[in-house]
Design a protein around this ligand. Structure first.
Ligand code: MTE
Ligand code: MO
Length: 303
């Protein structure tokens, strides 16, 4: 079997890829633009898996998850991994600011030293594709509570890194509302499921997944999980979000995964698993209903 330098080669199973690579000496001669393995960090960071959030889906192949991404700062196409070269993610820091008694800036090393765990989460993009991946990290509540939110704080706002010199997607669309901004209600942000991810598949994050630190909110559509976060602000009023400002009707603030509420341009009843493209039924709150239902007592008005 011969590996062609086309994206389709990424959809081969790992065994096929490794076998073919060994046979053909692929690692040594593959063109850089097709070398997805080179974009995946190899520093091991393995942590105990949290069994509370075990799911009934098998893991997405790592190379598939790392080759089909949304990260508009780098490109609005799915081959984000090909556009990561100029993006520098070290040194890095994350600032906790706004309505808190103890604002502070965490260096990346401090975040990496915090107690970590692994969580296999489902991920559901509003575009109706889905994956299941093992993140490593810790609950966002740990950073928020350490900052001592003021009584007036009701929402948490996130800002992603943005620099046209490092990110070709920002350079290509200077009129977009950079930096990417997202937000949650404070009670959502404090929920144990809301996760600060510093790793995936037992190593640090590839840039295409939002290195070196991103937020993961598994019961909401993927755009509510901002990548490459540099600032977390506690605020009183409901903030605007990047996608709301692009198209408010299509991407409302709350954006909980809900198969009965179609996107204005397509159904949300089913989803396709990236890589195999099998079709599965989408489930309310992306399968996390028993953990988050209490946050939304009035389903009719708050979904
Ligand atoms: N800063 C930033 N964060 C982002 C995005 C983005 O374009 N920029 N895309 C979002 C969308 S639409 C999805 S589906 C997820 C994709 O995460 P993944 O590529 O790690 O699967 O990231 C989200 N976070
Ligand atoms: Mo998405």
């Amino acid at each position: 079997m011969k590996i062609e330098p086309t994206p389709e080669s990424l959809y081969l199973s790992r065994r096929e890829l490794l076998g073919a690579a060994a046979a053909a000496g692929l690692a040594a001669c593959a063109p850089a633009r097709n070398d997805i393995a080179a974009t995946i960090p190899r520093v091991p960071r393995r942590f105990a898996r949290n069994a509370t959030y075990a799911i009934d889906r098998s893991l997405t192949d790592e190379r598939i998850a790392a080759s089909y991404n949304n990260f508009y700062e780098l490109t609005s196409a799915k081959d984000v991994w090909k556009h990561t070269a100029g993006f520098r993610v070290d040194p890095w820091s994350v600032e906790i600011a706004g309505l808190v008694a103890r604002p502070r800036r965490y260096g990346l090393e401090e975040l990496l030293r915090m107690a970590h765990e692994e969580r296999v989460y489902r991920h559901r993009c509003v575009e109706a594709w889905a994956m299941a991946v093992p993140w490593s990290g810790f609950p966002l509540a740990r950073l928020l509570l350490a900052a001592e939110p003021a009584h007036a704080a009701r929402y948490v706002r996130f800002l992603s890194f943005s620099d046209p010199a490092q990110q070709p997607g920002v350079a290509a669309k200077p009129w977009d509302h950079w930096p990417y901004y997202e937000a949650l209600r404070l009670d959502e942000a404090l929920h144990d499921l809301t996760f600060v991810a510093t790793g995936i598949y037992g190593h640090t994050l590839p840039k295409q997944h939002g290195a070196p630190v991103r937020i993961v909110v598994p019961w909401k559509y993927g755009y509510k999980s901002p990548k490459s976060v540099v600032r977390i602000e506690l605020v009183a009023g409901q903030p605007r979000t990047f996608w709301q400002d692009q198209a408010p009707v299509e991407y409302p603030f709350e954006s909980n995964v809900n198969p009965t509420q179609p996107h204005p341009r397509w159904s949300q009843a089913t989803e396709r698993l990236i890589g195999t493209w099998e079709i599965r039924r989408t489930v309310l709150f992306n399968g996390y209903e028993k953990f988050v239902r209490h946050l939304y007592m009035d389903l009719n008005t708050s979904l």
